[in-house]
Design a protein around this ligand. Sequence first.
Ligand SMILES: Nc1ncnc2c1ncn2[C@@H]1O[C@H](COP(=O)(O)OP(=O)(O)O)[C@@H](O)[C@H]1O
Ligand SMILES: [Mg+2]
Length: 349
Amino acid sequence: MADYVLQLKNINKYFGKNHVIKNVDLNFEKGHFITFLGPSGCGKTTLLRMIAGFYEPDEGEILLNGKNIEKVPPYDRNTAMVFQEYALFPHMNVFDNVSYGLRVKKKSKDEIEKRVKQALALMQLEGMEKRFPNQMSGGQQQRVAVARALVMNPEVLLLDEPLSNLDAKLRESVRVELRQIQQKMGLSTIYVTHDQSEALSMSDAIVVLKDGIVHQVGTPQEIYFEPKTAFVADFIGTTNLISLKGESGNQVAYGGTVFTSSNPVKEGSEYVASVRPESAGLSKNPVENQVNLKAHITNTMFLGEKVRYFLRDALDKEWIVDAFDPGRTIHQGDVYVTFPAEKAWVIAK
Ligand SMILES: Nc1ncnc2c1ncn2[C@@H]1O[C@H](COP(=O)(O)OP(=O)(O)O)[C@@H](O)[C@H]1O
Ligand SMILES: [Mg+2]
């Protein structure tokens, strides 16, 4: 059996009549960076707060290192949470904010100074020990909040959209650093975001949530290339979703165009397929051994490294096709959208 640091067993949570977490079953491997990804309101923060002990599940069990922690209050759980709204103590300076948990745990003065120094250095906050929260930018406060959690060296680090208030450049560098720190310390981490590129670039595994339901758990590659539901396909990256009908012999039909399905299908059942813009091409003439769909270019966007085409096919479906390194050939008018059949990832409707 894998070494699970944390397990959620059939968790359900209601706010009044609102059923916000539905039968969530998850296992977290020690030392992994796991991301909860989903649109606003899908239940990410609620899940994190239940793990930290700030909310109780209405049903189900949470196990930390195999032990049920239902009766364990937040401060004894050995989890550390960074809140979306940072929640720094306004009347304490940075040093006192970051050292708070260690002082509560009655660590020695020397140890506190050493660990706070390390945590501040990791978050690029050296020299800010004496500042108060209201003397810092939102991004700096957010980094103090992360330092305050890191300094506890928790069993599980819980981060709720911790980089949302950093400007784009700092966000990318802190992203890389956070991931390096996490890997170096072997820190089991749960990270919450609604930003799919953040999730893809940082995670060992991603949990995709919608309306309190886990749609998929997988590596970034699995989530991107083999989405289990149309929602996951659509939410992660840009894609073309087409409606298909199952035919005999594992074929699928898109209007009058029939091709071999990438996944098993039943005759007469309805499916959708996800075709990524980078997996399709454009051609003046049909291409042998590919799916060829007649289409008309409606718009063209030159983006430097690629040209993004917007098209409409014979079924009036819109397509996005990316042509990388296109040189100076810019297509116009009527063309074929072409792709190998196996690049259409077929899933149930
Ligand atoms: N304290 C609360 N009281 C009542 N409803 C809440 C509370 N917290 C969250 N909700 C509701 O639960 C759902 C999930 O919210 P949340 O976990 O904050 O989503 P996310 O973090 O993914 O944006 C939403 O419908 C939200 O309105
Ligand atoms: Mg939230």
